[in-house]
Design a protein around this ligand. Structure first.
Ligand SMILES: [Zn+2]
Length: 244
């Protein structure tokens, strides 16, 4: 006695549920990998921001050094100013002091700007540090969740696989090879319902002979067009019973 429409329908559903579980099991690690890649991007941004802050501090040191230099120079000129006798020499030194004083105010301005820049860059580092921390926690929580779900999903999948093997035992030995071939080709959709005279796998009308086979249920029927193992759709089974 070959498998009934109801056996085959159940087998089809088991295959579909197993596929959905396999898809979910595969998608978890992919999601984690994507989040980890996004985390790495933020890590890199943080490293770049830290480097920029370091450079801004070096820049500040340079400006402070320049300021110190020009201040020493001005002090030296002021001492000289007290020592010179000639008026023109006095004037020349005064000009020099005026020139250096303008450099000094420029350096002072640079220092203020450098302080602002350091402050802004330090804020950016703090912001990115908080973001990396939050992201790291999120990825860890997601990983934990996916791993926990994966355990339950894997045991559910094992149960389904056992049920599929049981379901396959209803397929007559003579058709097993053909069945294996279409499973290899179509996976979970190796079976298809035949509804209103059409295969729902490829939407092609089945022949009258196949329809008769399905109604009589004496042997297994495969779609002539796509090769899927056919079973009568639920409402067609009911209609056939009513008709007969
Ligand atoms: Zn078909």
């Amino acid at each position: 006695m070959p498998a009934t429409a109801s056996n085959l329908r159940d087998l089809h559903h088991l295959h579909q549920r197993a596929r959905a579980l396999r898809d979910r099991l595969a998608s978890g690690p992919k999601t984690i990998a994507a989040r980890q890649a996004a985390l790495q991007v933020r890590h890199n941004e943080l490293e770049a921001a830290k480097k920029a802050l370091q450079e801004a501090k070096v820049q500040l040191k340079k400006h402070e050094h320049l300021l110190q230099g020009v201040e020493t120079k001005i002090d030296d000129y002021k001492i000289k100013l007290n020592q010179v006798k000639k008026n023109e020499e006095y004037k020349a030194i005064q000009n020099q002091i005026a020139h250096d004083a303008s450099s000094k105010s420029k350096f002072e301005e640079d220092i203020l700007l450098a302080f602002d820049s350091i402050e802004a860059k330090a804020r950016e580092v703090a912001r990115l540090e908080a973001e990396v921390k939050r992201f790291t926690d999120e990825v860890a929580a997601l990983k934990k969740q996916v791993e926990e779900q994966a355990g339950a999903q894997a045991s559910q999948l094992r149960e389904l696989e056992t049920a599929i093997i049981d379901g396959e035992n209803t397929i007559p030995e003579s058709h097993r090879d053909q069945y294996r071939r279409i499973v290899a080709r179509y996976g979970a959709d190796a079976l298809a319902a035949c509804e209103d005279g059409s295969c729902l796998g490829c939407y092609t009308a089945v022949t009258a002979q196949v329809m008769n086979e399905l109604i009589n249920g004496v042997s297994l029927s495969f779609c002539m067009s796509c090769g899927r193992l056919l079973y009568l759709a639920e409402h067609d089974v009911v209609a056939t019973r009513r008709g007969g």
